[in-house]
Design a protein around this ligand. Sequence first.
Ligand SMILES: [Zn+2]
Length: 176
Amino acid sequence: MTQRTAMPERGPGRVRCHVCGTRWSVRPRAPGRRGDEVEACPGCEAPLRLAPALDEGTARGLVLLAAGFAEERRHHGTVGRYLAEFTRSEHEVDRLLALAASIDYDAWAADNARRLARRDDARVRAVSRFLPRLAGLADSGALTEALKLPAARLKRRYRAEHAHHLAVFARRTTRA
Ligand SMILES: [Zn+2]
């Protein structure tokens, strides 16, 4: 199965599995059903995960975290957890890493300066102070290095999970 961009088109209650591509309707939550119960794909049993926002903002959060920016650490913990939160597949991990690698730090600094000129914001100020150090880490390759191991680990996990769910999918299709 080829892995395309895993964007589930979510109509009213309709979702698309990011592993096997099955579309189904999410049931309305029955009263008494536990809130943390995860909807699973009827084709392969993969837990439903909606498409994460893979954009420059997400990539900026990732590099801030990788460089040890305090607020990001408090919110997201580790790089591994952050990557797992914002991706669902090996392909999405690669896309997020590519976004992180293509960050324009001068544009980011100019962005922040414009925002601060409009309205003071403690976080934007703190990020601005941190940016020179962050750009230095990006230049030296230290940032890429810090992302490498957690990304490889997560991609291994995704590969195993997807193989498992695709095997479930194959068993069900042959039985049907
Ligand atoms: Zn599925």
